[in-house]
Design a binder for this molecule. Structure first.
Ligand code: ADP
Ligand code: MG
Length: 246
């Protein structure tokens, strides 16, 4: 087993109560894990603590690395944001992309922030967009794309720098069910094809059952952790044209 994220006794309080209550959780490299539970059960809080966006009140998160496990508590805010940029990718329900930029500019941005020149960044971004079914739409602004296409842009951006873990919080929450299913397919397949780990928060049982594992939260605690039905994402023969080996 090859743990990539390991949380121990994670606890987070808000003035209104406890959002995470002594949560232990381990994700193995390459797993796709759905996080389910009712609204307010702590799903987003858990994701944010695991991703180093939020610091827990107590407990630890460690990121597995070849050079040795890294305890997120030891990092400064600047180091945490560097870690998020380099190791993690994020897909949110909506927003977080820049509407005034084109699809290719949005996807290229993380590469440019990491110091890659514009030409190389945009060419890699265009490969990703093509692999995710958006060939020919590179120069469109986000307002000229459908909701499902915008989420594909977000999926491309989350992976363009080679993130090891992709965090998705209700990524299909704003889409109709047919589009949701397509977008989720693209997310699961592209993440699996690249050997990344996926943590996806969802209300949608169809999403959950297509992941390899389902973790259920209730009042800030994990009340179930079981194998999902979905393992097809890892075995699908999907043509990514090598665009992902970045
Ligand atoms: P979920 O994503 O499952 O809907 P959240 O993790 O967003 O749940 O929230 C868990 C609990 O923590 C809820 O009771 C919520 O009201 C509370 N909470 C979350 N974020 C904040 C915040 N910034 N300030 C106060 N309470 C919060
Ligand atoms: Mg939430």
């Amino acid at each position: 087993m090859n743990a990539i994220l390991h949380a121990q006794q994670l606890t987070k309080h808000y003035p209104g109560g406890v959002a995470l209550d002594h949560v232990d959780f381990t994700a193995q490299a390459g797993e796709s894990i759905a996080i389910i539970g009712p609204s307010g059960s702590g799903k987003t809080t858990l994701l944010h603590c695991l991703a180093g966006i939020l610091r827990p009140d107590a407990g630890s998160v460690t990121l597995g690395r070849q050079a040795g496990a890294l305890d997120l508590r030891t990092l400064s805010d600047a180091e945490l944001s560097k870690l998020r940029r380099e190791e993690f990718g994020f897909v949110f329900q909506q927003g977080m992309l820049l509407p005034e930029l084109t699809a290719v500019e949005n996807v290229a941005l993380p590469l440019m922030l990491a110091g890659t020149d514009r030409r190389t960044s945009e060419s890699r971004a265009a490969e990703w967009l093509a692999a995710l079914g958006l060939a020919g739409k590179e120069r469109r602004r986000l307002g000229e794309l459908s909701g499902g296409q915008v989420q594909r842009v977000a999926i491309a951006r989350a992976q363009v720098t080679g993130a090891r873990v992709v965090f998705a919080d209700e990524p299909t929450g704003a889409l109709d069910s047919a589009t949701s299913s397509e977008v989720l397919d693209v997310l699961l397949r592209s993440v699996a094809a690249n050997g990344r780990t996926l943590l996806v928060v969802t209300h949608d049982p169809n999403v959950a059952e297509r992941c390899g594992r389902v973790v259920e939260l209730w009042d800030g605690r994990i009340i179930a952790d079981s194998a999902g039905l979905g393992s097809t994402a890892a075995s699908g023969n999907y043509n990514f044209k090598g665009a992902f080996n970045v």
